[in-house]
Design a protein around this ligand. Structure first.
Ligand SMILES: Nc1nc2c(c(=O)[nH]1)N[C@H]1C(S)=C(S)[C@@H](COP(=O)(O)O)O[C@H]1N2
Ligand SMILES: [Mo]
Length: 379
């Protein structure tokens, strides 16, 4: 018989993941946190972090609009704009081209939004709008080489089949699709993929079936799902998801702030366990465990503090450094004083860039990598 608690748990899921058939077998529960039902938004329960790769059924999902109903049989990708040979490609065409697999830690630019000191609009993510998966597909650079870029090409815009009303101030009229651009420099990286597989299986509907962009090292918004159009432009693209959404205030050399599109993921370490509010005993050995990442950069170190940031000690990496991937880390701690202890973890990348202690307001409700505080009660 179903326990009462289980009933409530699966009831909460009905609106989210289970209906979309991603939880695998019926007995396999979807433990993701439901952050939105229409459209579906699901959070990886970061406290349950175990493996390096996030199983597909646990990977976070960030959808702005309803999942479009696409079929591989009729699917076409249009490549046009500042190219000499516009292309129309089927999935079959793409599968016949060079195939590449890249392992990527993808983080939503709004991950951690619920921790902002002033509550901001948007999906109230805790720590779990981040996951790591293996993506397989055709390098974008192969497709662009086939289409032959014009000399004046500057950016590559990804446009998608999902449509809706963002219900935001300043939006253009009509239904919008989700779209973002990347620079030609980034587009030339062999790791940027037009992906048709996730963890060795066809993309699930929630993750962009049948085709999505994968832009390793950049916040998740660049990895456009349900990708139907690749547009090469000679201007910087100023679309809605590039300017109103997913943009931040960055000061130029003249000190004047400019609204700039979000791109690379900032260094960040997160503690999975112990969880905030956990109890541990004085003198007991405690394993502080988590993951850290640094976007396009290599991670240099993770440091942990158990006294609210006064003293820091080096954590040990569990995973070796793989480009674009998080590294799980641990730090052994023996609390010696009763009362409340505050755990903090801080990542530094190979260039020396590290995490701020407070959120820079110019980042609006994105790029939230200020050091988190995890209070633990020692008894
Ligand atoms: N077409 C489309 N692509 C999209 C989105 C979307 O809503 N529509 N969300 C973006 C955002 S903000 C993120 S963080 C990632 C999330 O990818 P995932 O759902 O596979 O984890 O997809 C990006 N690509
Ligand atoms: Mo995102």
């Amino acid at each position: 018989m179903m326990k009462r608690r289980d009933f409530f748990r699966s009831a909460a899921i009905i609106g989210g993941a289970a209906l979309l058939g991603e939880a695998g077998t019926e007995s396999e529960k979807d433990s993701r946190l439901v952050r939105g039902v229409d459209p579906v938004n699901l959070e990886f329960p970061f406290a349950s972090l175990k493996d390096f790769l996030t199983p597909t059924g646990l990977h976070y999902v960030r959808n702005h609009y309803p999942v479009p109903n696409l079929e591989e049989r009729t699917f076409q990708l249009q490549v046009f704009g500042r190219v000499q040979r516009p292309l129309t490609l089927t999935l079959g065409d793409l599968r016949k081209m060079k195939k590449k697999t890249v392992t990527v830690t993808m983080e939503c630019a709004g991950n951690g939004r619920s921790f902002l000191p002033i509550k901001a609009k948007g999906v109230q993510w805790a720590q779990g709008a981040v996951s790591t998966a293996e993506w397989t597909g055709t390098p974008l650079a192969e497709v662009l080489a086939l289409a032959r870029l014009e000399k004046d090409a500057v950016e590559v815009v990804f446009d998608s089949a999902d449509k809706g009303d963002p219900k935001k101030e300043g939006q253009p009229p009509g239904l919008l699709s989700f779209n973002r651009s990347i620079s030609l420099t980034k587009a030339g990286s062999p790791e940027v993929l037009l992906a048709y597989e996730m963890n060795g299986q066809p993309l699930p509907p929630n993750h962009g079936y049948p085709l999505r962009a994968i832009v390793p090292g950049w916040y998740g918004m660049a990895s456009v799902k349900w990708l139907t159009r690749v547009i090469v432009t000679r201007d910087r693209f100023d679309g809605f998801d590039q300017t109103i959404d997913y943009a931040y205030w960055r000061n130029g050399e003249d000190g004047l702030p400019r609204l700039s599109p979000l791109t690379v993921m900032q260094p960040k370490a997160q503690i999975a366990t112990p969880e905030a509010g956990a109890k541990r005993s004085c003198g007991e050995k405690v394993r502080v465990f988590g993951a850290a990442w640094a976007g396009e950069k290599e991670l240099r170190s993770v440091q942990v503090s158990s006294d609210g940031g006064k003293n820091w000690q080096e954590a040990t990496f569990i995973d070796k450094g793989i480009p674009y991937c998080w590294r799980r880390w641990e730090w052994m701690w023996t609390p010696k004083v009763k009362g409340e202890a505050v755990l903090m973890a801080k990542a530094t990348d190979a260039t020396g860039a590290t995490q701020p202690l407070t959120h820079d307001a110019g980042r609006r409700s994105y790029m939230i990598n200020f050091v988190q505080r995890t209070p633990v009660t020692i008894t």
